[in-house]
Design a protein around this ligand. Sequence first.
Ligand SMILES: [Zn+2]
Ligand SMILES: [Zn+2]
Length: 92
Amino acid sequence: MGGWFMPGFFMVIFVAAIIWLIFRRQPTPAPHGLSCPKCSGAIHATYFRCPHCGDTLKHNCPNCSRIIEHDWSYCPYCNESQSTNAESTGSS
Ligand SMILES: [Zn+2]
Ligand SMILES: [Zn+2]
C-alpha cells in the first residue's frame, strides 16, 4: 500500500525543482549588461581593464587625475577635453 505515493511524491519534487530552476535563472543573465568594446567580453562597471583582452576601459584625466571612462570625450569633473588622440590626419 502506498506504492504510488513515493514516486508521485518525487515527481512533485522533480517538477518543483524544474520550475524553481526556470524562475531562478531569469534574473541571472547579464546582471549589468556591460561588455568590452573590443572583445565583447563580460566586464564590470568598476573594471579598469578588460580581463579578457586587457583593453583599457578607464583612465585618469590628465588634468584632474580623476578616473573617467575610456570613451568619454570630456572630463565631467574639470571639463578637460579628452580628445588627445593626436589624430591630426584630417588637417588638410
Ligand atoms: Zn576585452
Ligand atoms: Zn579632469
